[in-house]
Design a protein around this ligand. Structure first.
Ligand code: NAD
Length: 290
C-alpha cells in the first residue's frame, strides 16, 4: 500500500483523511490546528511537525488547503523540496487555473506525478465518503490516485489532463455559489411577505425552481438555524474571486458573479465570514430589514 501524506484537515480534509485511514493506508498528517490532527492520530495516523516532514514520509501527498496562497506556499516549497523520487502530488483544494498549472509544471520538472482533484458536494457528503471529484491528470497518475479517491468519494469524473479538474470546479462553483445567493434572495422575499418558509420550500421543491442546496441545506441547516460551516462564506467569497479572475483571463463576462461576490463581501463585513454559506439568508434579511 502507498504511504499517504495529508496536509489540511479542515471541514473537508479531516473527514476525507479519516476515510482513507479507515481503509488502512499508512498515513502522515499535518495541519496548523492541533484538534483535527489529534482526530487523525486517534485513527492511527502519524503526526508530522511540518509539510516537509509529510513529504519525506509519503508516496502520495494530498493537499486540502483553503486557497492558492496556502497551496503554493506548501507545495512549491516544503513538499517539492522534500518529495520522494516518483512521488505523486494530489491537490484537492479549490484554486485558480494559474496555480494548478504552476503545480503541474513544477511536478513534471522534478519527475513527480500530479493530479488536481477538487471536490464537489458538501462536508456532510465528505463525512459519509460520498464526495464527487473533478479530476485532471494523465491516465497513469489518475489511475494511481484512484484507490484514494475511491476511499473518499462515490463519484469520480476524469475531466482531462492536468488542470481540467480545477477548471471544471470553477464552472461548478460559479453555479453552486450563485444558486446559494439566489435562494437567499428569493427566501428573503418570502420572509418579507410573511410567508411560512417551510411551506414555501415545499412548493419550490415541486417546480423547476428547485436545486440541490434548497433540497439539502435548507431543511437540514437553514430552517434549523444551524450556521456551522460546512462551506464557509469566506471560502465562497474566495471562490467567486477566483472565478472572476479566471473568467477575466479567458475574456468571459460574468456579471452575475460580480454582483454575487458583493453580497458575500457584505456578509463578511457583518462578521459572518466563518458561517456556513447557506446562512446568506440572514445577511439578505438584515439588508432588507426583515
Ligand atoms: P477549512 O478552512 O475548514 O480547512 C482548512 C484547513 O487548512 C484548516 O484546518 C487550517 O488549519 C489548515 N491550514 C491552513 N493553512 C495551512 C497551512 N499553511 N499548512 C497546514 N494547514 C493549513 O476549509 P475546508 O472547508 O476544509 O476547504 C478546504 C478546501 O476545499 C478549500 O479550497 C475549499 O474551497 C474546498 N472545498 C470546500 C468544501 C466545503 O463544503 N467545505 C467543498 C468543496 C471544496
Amino acid at each position: 500500500m502507498e504511504r499517504v501524506g495529508f496536509i489540511g484537515l479542515g471541514n473537508m480534509g479531516r473527514p476525507m483523511a479519516a476515510n482513507i485511514r479507515r481503509r488502512q493506508f499508512p498515513m502522515t498528517v499535518f495541519d496548523l490546528a492541533p484538534g483535527p490532527v489529534a482526530a487523525l492520530t486517534e485513527l492511527g495516523a502519524e503526526s508530522a511537525p511540518d509539510a516537509g516532514a509529510v513529504a519525506r514520509a509519503s508516496d502520495v501527498v494530498i493537499t486540502m488547503l483553503p486557497g492558492p496562497r496556502e497551496v503554493s506556499s506548501t507545495v512549491l516549497g516544503p513538499v517539492l523540496d522534500n518529495a520522494k523520487p516518483g512521488a505523486l502530488v494530489l491537490d484537492m483544494s479549490t484554486v485558480d487555473p494559474e496555480t494548478t498549472d504552476a503545480l503541474a509544471k513544477a511536478c513534471a520538472e522534478r519527475g513527480l506525478g500530479f493530479v488536481d482533484a477538487p471536490v464537489g458536494r458538501l462536508a456532510a457528503h465528505a463525512e459519509r465518503g460520498e464526495s464527487l471529484f473533478m479530476v485532471g491528470g494523465s491516465d497513469a497518475d489518475v489511475a494511481r490516485a484512484r484507490p484514494l479517491l475511491e476511499a473518499m468519494g462515490s463519484t469520480i469524473h476524469h475531466c482531462g489532463g492536468p488542470g481540467a479538474g480545477t477548471r471544471t470546479k470553477l464552472v461548478n462553483n460559479y453555479l453552486a455559489i450563485l444558486l446559494c445567493q439566489m435562494n437567499a434572495e428569493a427566501l428573503s422575499l418570502a420572509t418579507a411577505f410573511g410567508l411560512d418558509l417551510s411551506k414555501t420550500l415545499e412548493v419550490l421543491h415541486g417546480t423547476t425552481a428547485t436545486n440541490g442546496q434548497l433540497l439539502v441545506n435548507w431543511p437540514n441547516k437553514v430552517l434549523k438555524g444551524d450556521v456551522q460551516p460546512g462551506f464557509a462564506i469566506d471560502l465562497a467569497h474566495k471562490d467567486l474571486s477566483l472565478i472572476l479572475g479566471a473568467a477575466n483571463a479567458a475574456r468571459v463576462p460574468l456579471p452575475m458573479a460580480a454582483a454575487g461576490r458583493e453580497a458575500f463581501t457584505a456578509a463578511r463585513a457583518r462578521g459572518m465570514g466563518g458561517q456556513d454559506f447557506s446562512s446568506m439568508l440572514d445577511a439578505q434579511c438584515a439588508a432588507a430589514g426583515v
